[in-house]
Design a protein around this ligand. Sequence first.
Ligand code: R1X
Length: 248
Amino acid sequence: MLMSILQVNSEDIPPYAIVCGDPKRAEMIAGKLEGTRELAFSREYRTFTGEYEGVKMAVVSHGVGSAGAAVCFEELIRAGVNTLIRVGTAGSYSQDIPAGSLVVSIAAVRTEGLTRQLVPEGFPAVGDSQVVNALFEAASATSGVVAKGITVAVDAFFNGVVEIPHKQYKQAGAIAVEMEIAALYIVSTLRGARAGAILAIDGFADAELSEVYDPHTDAVGLAVEREIQAALRAIVRLAREDGQVTTA
Ligand code: R1X
């Protein structure tokens, strides 16, 4: 069946998917697979398939923001994906988790608008524990800071006149801020898929974005490489646990 927005056929989509915001990053991740095929590049959604250590997977870009990303997650799950890992970037709340660190999100605070149209207030956006643990263990095997905790999902990338209560989220224990994990976790829960997310920290969330935000430093680039390795390793581990890979 043709997915109308991603423009891919369900027959071509394997059960495991890595999703990321940037179509260029999708190409970079797909470059690490064997037998890579680009299936479609429709709007911001660029879809590749390939194989890593015997596991077939899709790599798909979902763009910036929860509403557009949810379209990608919905269509992937309709096409047969049952395991989704978001590989993204985020701002940190803590000096202990500086740019270049990795964060694995166990759950997301739903401050964005999309999930309010899908589930009632108070319904939690939670990652799948098996996926989250596989990601955390794979990330911990790379060199550098790795943290695991609650992340905040916002819609507004640039500040308006309404204050987002970052101080309170931080005091309550959240560790990083990004834009798409609430959508990923709610859509996955609703549709019976499992999901996890790993983030490369590219700055501090409560600083003035225009002065300090630079996601193109070497430190962030290295963290992106580490999170991609962790996501690939986590998928191989999950596929083995699922009995989808017979080789050691
Ligand atoms: O999730 C956020 C968004 O997709 C983090 O970075 C992007 C904006 O640059």
